[in-house]
Design a protein around this ligand. Sequence first.
Ligand code: G4P
Length: 526
Amino acid sequence: MSDLIKEIQKRRTFAIISHPDAGKTTLTEKLLLFGGAIHVAGAVKSNKIKKTATSDWMEIEKQRGISVATSVMGFEYDGYKVNILDTPGHQDFAEDTYRTLTAVDSVIIAVDIAKGVEMQTRKLMEVCRMRKTPVIVFINKLDRDGKDPFDLLDELEEELKIKVRPLSWPIDMGHTFKGVYNLFQEKLDLYTPSKQTVTESVELRDINSPDLENHIGKHLANQLRSDIELIEGVYPKFDVDDYLRGELAPVFFGSALNNFGVRELLDCFVKIAPSPRPVLAQERMVEPEKDPFSGFIFKIHANMDPNHRSCIAFLKICSGTFERNVNYKHVRFNKMMRFSSPTAFMAQKKETVDEAFAGDIIGLPDTGNFKIGDTLTAGEMLHFKGLPSFSPEMFKYIENADPMKTKQLNKGIDQLMDEGVAQLFTNQFNGRKIIGTVGQLQFEVIQYRLLHEYGAQCRWEPINLHKACWIECDCNEDLENFKKRKYQYMAKDKEGRDVFLADSNYVLQMAQQDFKTISFHFNSEF
Ligand code: G4P
């Protein structure tokens, strides 16, 4: 096997997703601890953002600045190179998370045993399903009382719309939590609440062995045996190919705070999670292990500090090897560019790298050359697909508050949209610009940045909209007819695609009913 193939096959690039407070930060931190990337708990701060009062978005931005360092956390574990991509904890920045999910090869979903599947998890899972991303579920906080594990498995299947298969099983929970039976490794992991990283494990291939009673007592031993019997009877055997196709989610139980079940999760994860997967470009399927180099920008992080105004563009390498100071093609500009200080992220440190491989994420210092979705290649004209925009949740008209600065305002809006801060729609009827966001905070960020970075002033005006739908139709006549009938609600997105702005769910349903040949899509990559 060539060195390049070896390098790429040992890479595991993934993100942890969850509803706020389910334990994503704690789990991330414990994985880093096991991976030797950090040595003390409490080192991962990025997700604490959500704990800040929502009105104080400047504070949030400052923390987002800190979180550049934790945007990607790489470490070596058991011969694998693990890259964890951080996702913002604050819901108003969910669009960032959607985009990050386009750069990962698999996902771990953290779920709180007491709360079960929550709204944010459901939404993020939709993106995973769309992309057929393999997912593993970690049920967290077993040291607390929660839902019945069997009920929770049903809930996962129903809410996340995926088949599940437990690979570990809890023995009681809350105050009387005894540990888990690890079905993947056929051993009994005994729980002692602690901040330490060692779990007492007993090899137990046969759970009918009387040894089980010695460890957890007769009552719980019987319970566990009957639970396992039920699991083996009800759930199909774990098939790693089903998992890799994104059709089956293995489930683990544990307590991230107490370091319990995390190493077992990691051990299984590195074994079964996919190495970088082929990526579909408009022109062809791009195989990771084949040179030449290619990659795409999935995130742009602007520095809010006016004294150091620069961005970092995050590039996911899709194929081959990226090298420092080598000329690569910026496909949208059809122009060669060289990068003298690309950074990689190891053990929470940002450092300049000479080379990086498919599966890795590197940071490229940028002064406005990149926008989300841009492709870099060794020379080929490739365009990667699959960087969808989703219908925003909130909409406002953006108006110029300083007529002397129209140019600056337009330039600012243009660049902020390229960075992916929010989405711009231009109403075809009155020509007014509409900004769509996931949350209120983004409007404040835009207003502030327009003023401080572009010297432009904007004003927001209300508009009552429910959803933006990208529309499509095989019959041009039908499409034109629809656009004529709905002319007040037709807009173009930034790429010039037709978007129908429905002002209520009712209007949308009626439109779907009345115009059967038109397809309404809730993301731009249908
Ligand atoms: P998030 O990133 O998904 O939002 O969650 P985070 O890890 O910040 O965890 C949310 C809260 O849940 C934290 O408590 C954390 O300590 C707690 N937690 C995480 N894992 C476990 C677990 O296994 N058992 C229990 N009992 N609690 C857990 P907090 O009080 O909000 O924050 P902190 O002051 O402890 O940082």
